[in-house]
Design a protein around this ligand. Structure first.
Ligand code: ADP
Ligand code: ASP
Ligand code: MG
Length: 412
């Protein structure tokens, strides 16, 4: 039997009426002859509420206990979803991540999926049941509950679609697809019909919260067709798919804003082999995820080194660099916790020039100072003051005509 995976995000299951509405979308697909596996998120803002509850009791809650707590949000949704389907006359069964052997590593709160045993799901689909799986969670080899990081239900859905060989993975959310920028910030953003995995991965990794980055990686690796669409209308959304040659004609496909960043700089570190290795070994030991490393030689004897981290890792990162500071003869450490990053992404950048100039000019004309610049083959990112970030995003979107559909932005 052909299988479709349908994932419903928090707003799409926020209350009984929304769950019923989502259940109707599931039934439509069941009626057209597919086996359906539903992945559901916690209702509404429930994950935020659970986090607030934890911090009320403990400013530094143990990560294992956080996962134990946060996983309950999704567990509630899936049983309610199964009850809604039952009331509508359809046989459904809900599972937690552990019950379908969604095995992850033990890195609590940002665990990575290692394997899934699809047997139990196939058995239920064979019995003509609709299977509802709790997103965002798994278990490690010692049966501890783990979670995949904020937004991780997308990854549960795409990983399941890959494991089940599903025809398609539908991501139902509160916008109608992937837009050229977050439509809540840049109101004139336009919806894309399709986007390549590589572009979506850069957008997701640099702030487009509409997809969890790991979900896009799974999609690319296992060839899963991902359809991001609205749970409140029937419009076609955006297909995330493999690159085709004409995509290169669009130089900038989208722009993002990433907040909640911090930057740490180590000034005047001894310029000698092994120092960078020592610093990053300390940060790795503290489990800090690092982005945008910049090292510059400032004299034959000294170098400056800086990197970006998520603000949630700031305390651990500060402690780690303080421990190594003297060993590498660092003159001083500076920290910025008021920084955001604006990025433009497009596979057309591989074959066209002038993108950096256009971005920097737009920021200069808006009097936005650029703190640092990093690039990949298909992305340019500028770190800016957080309080100027929205303005920066809007001027960059305007500079690249991101209010126009792709066909009007195509160059030869
Ligand atoms: P869900 O709860 O359904 O997983 P999310 O809040 O995780 O939903 O993701 C949807 C949100 O992503 C949208 O409401 C939108 O504000 C935001 N977003 C950011 N960038 C984009 C983009 N380029 N296109 C569409 N939505 C985006
Ligand atoms: N409920 C989790 C979160 O709010 C996972 C998800 O929604 O994808 O981050
Ligand atoms: Mg999400």
């Amino acid at each position: 039997m052909a299988i479709v995976v349908q994932k419903f995000g928090g707003t799409s299951v926020a209350n009984a009426q929304k769950i019923r509405q989502a259940a109707k979308r599931v039934i439509e697909v069941v009626k057209s002859g597919f086996g359906v596996v539903v992945v559901a998120s916690a209702r509404g803002k429930q994950t935020d509420q659970l986090i607030a509850d934890a911090f009320e009791l403990n400013p530094n809650p143990p990560k294992r206990e956080m996962d134990q707590l946060l996983s309950t949000g999704e567990q509630q949704t899936v049983s309610l979803f199964a009850m809604a389907l039952d009331a509508m006359g359809y046989d459904a069964i809900s599972f937690t991540g552990g019950q379908i052997r969604m095995i992850t590593d033990s890195d609590h709160m940002r665990a990575r999926i290692k394997s899934i045993d699809a047997k139990r799901i196939h058995q239920q689909l064979d019995k003509k049941k609709i299977v509802i799986v709790a997103g965002f969670q798994g278990i490690d080899k010692d049966e501890n509950i783990t979670t995949l990081g904020r937004g991780g239900s997308d990854t549960t859905a795409v990983a399941l679609a890959a494991a089940l060989g599903a025809e398609e993975c539908e991501i139902y959310t509160d916008v109608s697809g992937i837009y050229t920028a977050d439509p809540r910030i840049f109101k004139n953003a336009v919806k894309m019909d399709e986007i390549s995995y590589d572009e979506m991965l850069e957008l997701a990794s640099f702030g487009a919260s509409v997809m969890h980055p790991r979900a896009v990686e799974f999609g690319k690796k296992y060839d899963v067709k991902i359809h991001v669409r609205s749970s409140s209308n029937k419009e076609n959304g955006t297909i995330i798919t493999h690159e085709v040659p004409q995509m290169e004609g669009v130089i900038v496909s989208g722009a993002t804003i990433q907040r909640d960043l911090a930057k740490i700089g180590l000034l005047g570190v001894d310029n000698m082999p092994g120092n960078a290795a020592k610093i990053f070994a300390h940060l790795a030991k503290a489990k800090v995820v690092i982005d945008d490393i910049i090292q510059t030689e400032i004299s034959p004897e000294k170098a400056n080194l800086s990197f970006m981290i998520s603000i949630s890792d700031l305390a651990a990162a500060k402690e780690a660099v303080e421990q190594i500071k003297d060993e590498v003869h660092c003159d001083s450490i500076f920290v910025r916790d008021d920084i955001a990053e604006i990025s433009v992404v497009g596979i057309g950048m591989r074959t066209h020039y002038g993108v950096a100039e256009k971005m920097f000019t737009a920021l200069a004309e808006a009097k936005v100072n650029i703190d640092s610049i990093t690039t990949s083959e298909i992305r340019i990112s500028c770190a800016v003051d957080e309080d100027q970030a929205e303005k920066a995003l809007k001027v960059v979107c305007a500079a690249f005509d991101l209010h126009k559909p792709a066909k009007y932005r195509r160059e030869s």
